[in-house]
Design a protein around this ligand. Structure first.
Ligand SMILES: [Zn+2]
Length: 113
């Protein structure tokens, strides 16, 4: 009895909701870009280790090719030698790699100062 009168009021609200659900389904149609964007923002981007270089590079690379080849061959060799495959997955660079990367940073600073 009162249920039928009640169903009128709640029924009015759901009837307002469908447009919202529809708009979300419209967003779903354009969803491919949106989720990929959220994914990119949630994933920390790996950029070139050269100070101030915003170039994104593969996690296994030290930096962009331009700056990589600016490094002293010795530094490059040390970094390559210390590089452990899968480091970007475990996110635990070896102390040797950190040392080599640190040496590169120090060398770059001497260039810039
Ligand atoms: Zn770079």
């Amino acid at each position: 009895m009162s249920k039928s009168s009640e169903s009128t009021a709640p029924g009015a609200e759901p009837s307002q909701k469908p447009p919202v659900a529809e708009s979300s389904s419209t967003g779903n149609g354009g969803s491919p870009p949106a989720p990929s964007k959220a994914k990119a923002s949630s994933r920390p981007s790996h950029t070139c280790h050269w100070p101030g270089c915003p170039k994104e590079v593969a996690p296994k690379l030290w930096g962009c090719s331009y700056h990589w080849f600016k490094l002293l061959p010795t530094l490059r060799r040390n970094i390559l030698a210390a590089y452990v495959p899968g480091k970007e997955r475990t996110k635990k660079p070896s102390p040797e790699y950190l040392l080599a990367a640190q040496a590169a940073q120090t060398w770059i600073k001497t260039l810039q100062s």
